[in-house]
Design a protein around this ligand. Structure first.
Ligand SMILES: [Zn+2]
Length: 144
């Protein structure tokens, strides 16, 4: 089976074929070509890692300091001692930007959620790459 796959991959490279390159060929880089079983294993690992992710939220954390409207407040002194820090998470969903203030005691949880979201995106990206490579490999095999 493995032998057959290698042979097919070579053919898909065009190296042995006399046909013009016009025919659409799946992109399977030779140097990092992985077997079907290896790709399936790696995809299963991605799924397990995704399932193990905890709470998540998109966005980025920022800090702000404010000036209030109270006359003679320390925020208008020289130098000013502005109010804050206030923490907020800015995010964009379905084309709409929003932000949400975060209580300082919630910061550790929010930071973990933001990190999990980034991790989720990395894993999904990896899944897409692996799945595309696997699908290409199967297309080539089906030509046999
Ligand atoms: Zn003030």
């Amino acid at each position: 089976m493995i032998f057959l796959m290698k042979k097919l991959l070579q053919k898909a490279d065009g190296s042995e074929s006399a046909q013009p390159v016009a025919e659409a060929k799946p992109q399977v880089p030779k140097a990092r070509a992985r077997s079907e079983a290896e790709l399936e294993r790696q995809i299963e690992k991605v799924k397990r890692d995704l399932a193990a992710l905890g709470d998540l939220r998109p966005g980025s954390l920022s800090t702000q300091y404010n000036v209030c409207g109270t006359p003679g407040c320390r925020c208008k002194a020289t130098p000013p001692q502005k109010h804050g820090p206030y923490y907020q998470v800015s995010f964009s969903r379905k084309g709409k930007s929003s932000s949400k203030f975060v209580r300082i005691e919630d910061l550790p949880a929010i930071e973990k959620q933001l990190k999990n979201y980034e991790r989720m995106k990395e894993l999904v990206d990896r899944w897409i790459d692996l799945a595309t490579e696997l699908s290409n490999l199967r297309l080539i095999q089906n030509r046999a």
